[in-house]
Design a protein around this ligand. Structure first.
Ligand code: GLN
Ligand code: ZN
Length: 771
């Protein structure tokens, strides 16, 4: 019989049990025993689900439960705890690490800031970045993995343990304190993997899955060369090793991977099905080939017949040495689609979350081994659902198709160049030098959240809700006028989230109730599902923005989320290229932008914080992505008159390497996060002359700390060293929704005072008072 397994399951629980338990523990409302109970219950439920995969169809479950995919906060930090490689600055001993100490590294404590966090490959999961210095040592660590293995064995489950691989663990870390090359730490690290693997084998674990997704990256030669010796060292002592690659095509490394002394390889065939043939051809007779066909990154029901056709030749060649699996860990998928009671039946029938994906794997294995007839009902049911989805009128919108086909190059270009536009804008805006503004949101107070929730639960009438939001807008406008800001915003009180809000109003988007995915630690996100052609039935923001504009003589900026971000922070349909979906979103935004303009909102910001994170893993694919992402932004933004001012905003990433594309967006003004890196980003402007107006953030809104006026003046001066005063704006790093008014009031008052002080200095040196 062919094998069947998953690379890992979501650990948060169907109802985010882990999140709530963690947060109670951090608030000291429960103790470590209670927290560990929750963790154990979640693991047990996941193991049981793997064993019961396909049970409804009378099938055998998955062969082995995956043990080690659970983590209290992050699997990278947990792996460091296993190999005794914790950052020395905390002074913790990995051997008797308790959960408080573990969380201190994840979240920071009074003495030390937290480990840095960054995106796990091209997912929206964030891992804690290992720190490697000349003083780094590895040694004994926590016993958590061994304990979990015993737990699973005691329940009678056959176990496949999982570990982040040594190469990936090193590669994903940062060199500190002058360490020249973290690869030099490999021998010491391997000694600990030898210990771990030997102990797992002694525990009777038959298989260990070692995740080495780094093979999907642009890898330096030295790292590639290190692979074979490393696994030659580990293999003799270990259980049978299944080396997993995912998130990309690794066929260029096929010869290297096939020659590794491991018992099996795993390929991501959802991302890169074409690589299968390269591997099957001459595949070593002593190895298992795990075929990750069921997509761990999306929410769509799997095309069973398609995968069967893909895998049949491989199965003919490999027989039982073929395993069917998920493309990557299901960590990146929501837990259970059967909990979506608010979605209509038609849409729900198209979806498969983690639980449903387990069944799909079991069914596929059965079909491969015993023929489709043995699972005919499941195949027929899937075929019906997929056919219904393909032909559903909810997916195909002829208006959108027609508009898309009619898009010309001119639609992605402003009528005039920047110099002409900015003159036309300044003619009516009459902004001072160093104009001040904010990024959009103001504090989301308990009152605001209560009003939104009450309206959603129908406890608040539409009228009451409207009035409650209008009161918030009035408050925001009054406050901004009192700070002396130059370009105001309406405050975004009505928005729960910058993507979900628009997802609720656009056609082609669905919002789930429980489709949560871990973002980091206890933080989960609920990406909307884009299932059909995206269409704007009626304006989404005009009422709020126009109301705000009616309250003041200062210009009010309209706020939208850009196409790349709307795409990146959603589950995207798999039946058309991302580019096409992005352009559909762009068309919808284009209509919204025009509606705002017509209503007199003539400064419009289109946020693209996720532009950078949408970059493909391999550099060779960057240009193509940037090309369509930029085009989508321009389609959204370019229909306006010359004197309408388009802003954009970016944060969360380093932008050095995509500055030319950011400039190509041709927004009149960009506000960009810079404070946390102490204006490091500005160095990039030495080499690259940003052509339009720019506001590097001078107020770090991620911290409750209120920056002093002098500090912000210093940052403005630093920016002035690279950016001409005529093109420089003054603004915070990002939206203020997570802050309190008690912080925002003094911070923005100080920010406008800082701008005025620098203006005065410039005037004294003969700069004109207006831009
Ligand atoms: N306009 C949004 C806000 O201010 C931007 C948020 C973001 O960039 N993440 O909240
Ligand atoms: Zn931001």
């Amino acid at each position: 019989m062919a094998g069947a397994h998953v690379l890992g399951l979501p650990r948060i629980g169907a109802h985010r049990e882990l999140k709530f338990a963690l947060e109670k523990f951090w608030r000291k409302e429960i103790d470590e025993t209670a927290l560990t109970h929750t963790g154990r219950a979640l693991r047990h439920a996941n193991w049981q689900a793997q064993r019961e995969a396909g049970a409804a169809a009378g099938l055998d479950g998955l062969d082995r439960v995956t043990v080690g995919d659970f983590a209290w906060y992050d699997h990278v930090l947990s792996t460091l705890a296993h190999v005794g490689g914790l950052p020395a600055r905390f002074g913790f001993d990995a051997q008797d690490l308790d959960l408080d100490a573990y969380f201190a590294m994840a979240r920071g404590n009074a003495a030390q800031p937290a480990l840095e966090m960054t995106k796990w490959f091209d997912t929206n999961y964030h891992y804690l970045v290992p720190e490697y210095s000349p003083a780094t040592t590895f040694g004994e660590g926590v016993n958590w993995l061994f304990d979990e293995v015993s737990e699973a064995q005691a329940l009678g489950h056959p176990v496949k343990a999982v570990l982040v691989g040594p190469l990936t663990l090193l590669y994903l870390g940062k060199e500190k304190d002058g360490l020249a090359d973290r690869l030099t730490l490999l021998p010491a690290l391997l000694a600990q993997y030898e210990r771990l693997l030997g102990r797992l084998r002694a525990q009777g674990v038959a298989w260990v899955q070692i995740d080495e997704p780094l093979f999907a990256l642009d890898l330096p030669a030295a790292w590639l060369a290190a692979a074979a010796p490393a696994y030659r060292r580990l293999a003799p002592l270990a259980p049978r090793i299944l080396l997993t690659t995912y998130f990309g095509d690794v066929s260029e490394h096929a010869a290297l991977l096939k020659a590794l002394p491991v018992a099996g390889l795993h390929l991501d065939l959802a991302r890169a099905p074409q690589q299968l043939a390269t591997f099957v051809d001459g595949y070593p007779a002593d190895k298992v080939l795990s075929c990750g066909v069921v997509d761990g990154r999306n929410v769509w029901r799997h095309d069973l017949a398609g995968s069967l056709a893909l895998l049949a030749p491989a199965h003919a060649a490999l027989g039982d040495r073929l395993w069917v699996g998920s493309s990557c860990s299901l960590l990146h998928a929501p837990v259970d689609a059967s909990l979506e009671t608010q979605l209509d039946d038609e849409l729900r029938a198209w979806l498969a979350f983690g639980r449903q994906k387990l069944d799909e794997i079991a069914v596929l294995r059965q079909a491969l081994t015993h023929g489709v007839a043995s699972v005919q009902a499941a195949f027929d049911d899937t075929a019906r659902a997929l056919a219904a989805r393909r032909s559903s009128p909810r997916i195909h919108n002829p208006v959108v198709r027609r508009k898309l086909a009619g898009l010309s190059e001119a639609d992605a270009r402003r009528r005039s160049d920047y110099a002409t536009r900015i003159a036309a804008q300044q003619a009516w805006l009459k902004l001072p030098l160093l104009p001040t503004t904010t990024i959009g949101s103001f504090p989301q107070t308990a009152e605001i959240r209560a009003a939104r929730a009450g309206f959603k639960r129908k406890q608040l009438t539409h009228l009451d809700y409207l009035e409650a939001m209008r009161a918030q807008i009035r408050l925001a406008i009054e406050k901004q006028e009192s700070y002396g800001l130059d370009v105001l915003v309406h405050g975004e009180a009505e928005r729960n989230d910058m993507v979900e809000y628009f997802g609720e109003l656009l056609w082609g988007y669905a919002i789930t109730e429980n489709g949560w995915v871990q973002s980091y630690g206890s933080r989960c996100v609920k990406p909307p599902v884009i299932y059909g052609d995206v269409y704007l039935p009626e304006p989404m923001t005009v009422t709020w923005s126009a109301y705000a504009q009616s309250l003041t003589s200062k210009p009010v900026k309209g706020m939208l989320t850009g196409p790349a971000t709307m795409l990146q922070w959603a589950f995207v349909r798999d039946d058309q290229p991302r580019e096409r979906t992005a352009l559909q979103i762009a068309l919808a935004l284009r209509d919204e932008v025009l509606a705002l303009e017509k209503a007199g909102v003539r400064v419009i910001q289109i946020d693209e914080p996720a532009l950078r994170e949408g970059l493909p893993l391999r550099r060779r694919d960057w240009a193509e992505y940037l090309d369509w992402a930029v085009r989508a932004f321009k389609v959204a933004s370019c229909a306006v008159a010359d004197d309408t001012q388009i802003h954009t905003h970016m944060c969360y990433s380093e932008f050095h390497d995509i500055l030319p594309s950011i400039a190509a967006l041709d927004a009149d003004v960009i506000s960009i996060e810079t404070t946390r890196s102490d204006m490091e980003l500005l160095d990039a402007f030495e080499a690259f002359d940003y052509p339009n107006e720019i506001g590097p953030g001078v107020y770090d809104i991620h911290s409750p700390r209120v920056p002093a006026q002098a500090e912000m003046e210093r940052l403005i001066e630093a920016a002035l060293a690279r950016i001409p005063a005529q093109r420089l704006w003054v603004n915070p790093d990002c939206g203020l929704k997570t802050r309190d008014w008690a912080q925002v009031d003094p911070a923005l008052t100080a920010m406008t005072a800082a701008a005025r002080a620098v203006r005065a200095r410039l005037a004294a040196h003969g700069q004109p008072a207006a831009a």
